[in-house]
Design a protein around this ligand. Structure first.
Ligand code: G6P
Length: 615
């Protein structure tokens, strides 16, 4: 989703902005632009549809000097992706310029009002309305830029992260946020950066301030930063140190971030469990639980809210917590939950799962649950993100930055945290025998090395991918713990290869998808030797009887499914509760290789955004 980067300091802004925009590419976008400011000159603005590299080509030979500037990658919401709708947007006079992430929900009425007063708009965006509004306030109410921004932000409804520059104030940069994320980087000698996330900032400074909702930051050359609320109350900036390492946001020798992140999973799962799982002492410690321990452990019901891949992790969480700890769990798409008047009360525990910690629907679901008095526990990857800050308690997944749009290591990290939670709940509530508890701790401890074993199957999976790369459809079947894995496998394939794929509980195939099966239909069946193995064997038979091609994920040494399937991928034997952490790996690799063979851009698939900051 839209990415923001801005710079004010002694360096030339253009290289900082372009590099920053490249760093933000992972968020998903369709056009890019920059604006540069120099005292006494008109604002230079370059923008175009396409990639950041297109913008670089477009600005070649033009005046790209200036030590203050803004850059933007746009993910279209209002208005098609084209040059005129790309950001930055000028005010009507061209004296002000804005970049924006979010949606101004009342833009239509504001626009109408401005048009009635004779103003003429050049784009179809809600953003342009905001900068026209700011300019109008400045002129009509004879106020300075900061006040005009404050007044305008009090008139808009919706979400925004913005940066505004003015030709008449060439040493001033104003940022503000509500709903969408914004972080300010503080360099030496009053050098400032603003960005949607820390990735464009990390190589220049580790000192950052995360803005809160309805806060505005005023950055002036040579001066200390000022933060105010949009109701004009002064706030003291809280400077934090970034822990992120630069290497973690680079490809490190891999062709794509997605592949790098798939291969990082042994490490990320290990990091996740470090300090939390102590198999010798038989202890699981989740620091995030401590303050709300009683409330969390005594909850009568858990509601998990999430979107996309995080939702699939949530489904596995439901199976784990109900199975091991016997606490009722409901899992909901955050986007549905918040609009359907759900029953929530003070005794409920709501677990919000989000890689980015910025998903607008998940944030809104949290606010709704909070307003009803529920305790909110966050499972987030991005430290300091909005969701991490909006929850009462939480556990980070410690997977490190995930740049590939298709989530991989964040998924296994989320499932790891949910497994640890389920074990804590089960043990503290006495719902699990000591023997089983210790056995699961021991098995969990081995998962990272078992993931390493699965990664060694990459060449075989690549070969299988070459056979099915031209498929038009693909079905994924799994039962019990592996049903959410089937959903996740199908999501990976469709996201990055654009092959239509569906995940189904294997037994449900008979109630519909079986009609689709013919010789052209690859069916990926997750069939480890645990749980409903016999039943899934019958499902494989049903597919084969109709000529479907079966790619089966089986336990090492399997004979029965192997005898029927066209291809088998053998994964190590693990306890049923832990299979998702292993069985999902071949599905990630399968999607990756198929997408590469189809010539797709796996790290930046069309239309998708890594961080969905609009509703
Ligand atoms: C987008 C991303 C997905 C992600 C989903 C939820 O759709 O492309 O990869 O699973 O958002 O994001 P979150 O950051 O809340 O986990």
């Amino acid at each position: 989703m839209c990415g923001i980067v801005a710079y004010l300091g002694d360096k030339q802004a253009y290289p900082v902005l372009i590099k920053g925009l490249h760093r933000l590419e992972y968020r998903g976008y369709d056009s890019a632009g920059i604006a540069l400011l120099k005292a006494g000159d008109p604002i230079q603005l370059y923008k175009c549809k396409g990639k950041v590299s297109d913008l670089e080509a477009f600005s070649e030979g033009k005046d790209i000097t200036g030590t203050i500037g803004v850059g933007h990658t746009r993910w279209a919401t209002h208005g098609i992706p084209d040059d005129k709708n790309a950001h930055p947007h000028f005010s009507e006079s061209g004296d002000l310029v804005i970049i924006h992430n979010g949606i101004i929900e009342n833009y239509a009425s504001l626009k109408k009002e401005l048009m009635n007063r004779g103003h003429v708009f050049k784009s179809d965006t809600d953003t342009e309305v905001l900068i026209y509004l700011i300019e109008n306030i400045q002129k009509n109410e004879k106020v300075g830029l900061v006040d005009a921004v404050l007044i305008a932000l009090n008139q808009v409804v919706g979400a925004y992260a913005i940066v505004v520059l003015s030709k008449d104030n060439p040493d001033l940069m104003i940022g503000a946020k509500k709903g969408s994320p914004l972080v300010v980087g503080v360099g030496n000698n009053h050098e400032y950066y603003i960005a949607s996330d820390a990735t464009p900032i990390i190589e220049y400074t580790r000192n950052v301030v995360y803005l809160d909702d309805e806060e505005i930051v005023i950055l002036e050359r040579g001066k200390e930063m000022k933060i105010k609320t949009i109701r004009n109350q002064d706030k003291t900036p809280y400077i934090q140190e970034l822990e992120m390492q630069l290497e973690t946001i680079e490809k490190g020798g891999f062709d794509h971030f997605m592949l790098k992140e798939i291969y990082e999973q042994p490490r990320s799962i290990r990091d996740n469990m470090r300090g939390r799982l102590n198999k010798e002492l038989g202890e699981v410690t989740l620091g995030g639980i401590i303050d709300y321990q009683n409330k969390i452990l005594n909850t009568k019901r858990i509601i998990i809210v999430a979107c996309g891949t995080s939702y699939h992790a949530g489904l596995i969480g439901e199976y784990l917590i109900e199975d091991l700890a016997r606490i009722p769990v409901e899992v909901e798409y955050a986007s549905e939950f918040r609009y359907r008047n759900p029953i929530i009360d003070e005794d409920d525990l709501v677990i919000a799962i989000s890689q980015s910690g910025e998903t607008a629907d998940t944030l809104a679901a949290i606010e709704l649950a909070k307003s009803k008095g529920a305790t909110i526990f966050g499972i987030c990857n991005v430290v300091g993100s909005s969701i991490a800050r909006a929850t009462h308690a939480g556990s980070y997944t410690h997977a490190g930055p995930e740049i590939g749009v298709a989530s991989t290591k964040a998924f296994t990290a989320q499932v790891t945290v949910l497994t640890l939670m389920a074990l804590v709940f089960a043990h503290r509530k006495g719902k699990i025998t000591e023997a089983r508890y210790h056995m699961l701790l021991n098995s969990l401890d081995k998962i990272p090395s078992q993931v390493e074993e699965v990664l060694k199957l990459d060449a075989q999976i690549k070969y299988i991918s070459s056979i099915y790369k031209d498929a038009n459809n693909c079905l994924y079947l799994g039962r019990s713990y592996n049903y959410p894995v089937a959903l996740e496998g199908a999501l990976k394939l469709k996201e990055i290869s654009y092959i239509h794929a569906e995940g189904y509980p294997a037994a449900e195939m008979k109630h519909g998808p079986i009609a689709l099966i013919d010789e052209e239909m690859p069916v990926v069946v997750i069939a480890p030797n645990k749980g409903a193995y016999e039943k899934i064997l019958s499902n494989v038979q049903e597919v084969k009887a109709r000529g479907g091609k079966v790619i089966a994920i089986v336990t090492q040494g399997d004979q029965h499914v192997k005898a029927l399937a066209d291809h088998t991928i053998e994964i190590p034997e693990v306890e049923e509760e832990l299979t998702p952490l292993i069985s999902v790996i071949p599905l990630q690799l399968l999607a990756y290789h198929i997408a590469i063979m189809r010539g797709c851009n796996v790290d930046q698939p069309r239309n998708l955004a890594k961080s969905v900051t609009v509703e």
